[in-house]
Write a protein that binds this ligand. Structure first.
Ligand code: SF4
Length: 224
């Protein structure tokens, strides 16, 4: 496992080199688009969110929407029947229980239908600027791969990263890690050869040295 100071420098470097610009910081739209993003690609989420918010930009408007119309608008995001029901119910809760405004505490956000720890932390970080870290599949995978943490669950990763990343940078970590995970440290075949962290990353060092050994073996056996 990497030294804590080295890990911190790597994470700050990812934040610096792979920044992610949010389309909106509006708490309602961030919450709903994060629900839409479950199990789909960014481009699909963006298309569904654009269509949805151009018709229903606030919780008040979405709370009165017909589920069938919402289904049609968010279809590109996949699982659209389940997601449509979920987000209309969330909008109704926001209107009925919170006067149309998304609450700014973790315990309140997590009570919405189908909202988990990651989504709550994204809203708190992106919309309310609170120093929390949202851990999704990218953050969990990359942190473990590189040797920054050794954890089994996203929750353990979140706790470990909170101990490494200074408060001022935490809100930016999720977006940067997602970018980095989509551009370089891909889920199945990471681009270690062209990665700026290949000398320090645990997986990258093993991956590249393993390839070199194989290359030498193939050369000796006259295979390449
Ligand atoms: S060296 Fe490879 S595994 Fe490590 S961060 Fe870079 S792309 Fe990911």
């Amino acid at each position: 496992m990497l030294d804590k100071e080295v890990s911190k420098r790597i994470l700050l470097c990812i934040i610096d080199k792979y920044p992610r610009k949010n389309d909106t910081t509006d708490p309602f739209q961030v919450l709903i688009s994060t629900v839409l993003s479950q199990r789909t690609r960014d481009a699909n989420t963006a298309e569904a969110s654009r269509a949805l918010f151009s018709r229903f930009p606030t919780a008040y408007e979405l709370s009165k929407a017909k589920v069938s119309e919402v289904e049609r608008l968010i279809k590109p995001a996949g699982m659209y029947k389940q997601k449509a029901e979920r987000i209309v119910r969330i909008a109704r809760d926001i209107v009925e229980r919170w006067n149309g405004k998304v609450p700014a505490t973790f315990d309140d956000i997590i009570k919405f239908n189908g909202v988990g720890r990651k989504t709550a932390n994204i809203v708190l970080a992106v919309s309310y600027g609170l120093p929390v870290i949202a851990v999704d599949v990218h953050v969990h995978r990359i942190s473990n791969r590189m040797g920054i943490v050794k954890t089994k669950t996203p929750y353990e990763t979140e706790m470990a990263l909170m101990d490494i990343v200074p408060e001022a940078y935490r809100t930016k970590l999720n977006g940067a890690m997602v970018n980095f995970g989509q551009l370089v440290c891909l889920p199945r075949i990471p681009k270690c050869q062209s990665c700026i962290f290949k000398e320090v990353c645990e997986y990258g060092r093993n991956n590249i040295s393993g390839r070199k050994v194989n290359k030498v073996r193939r050369a000796r056996s006259g295979d390449s």
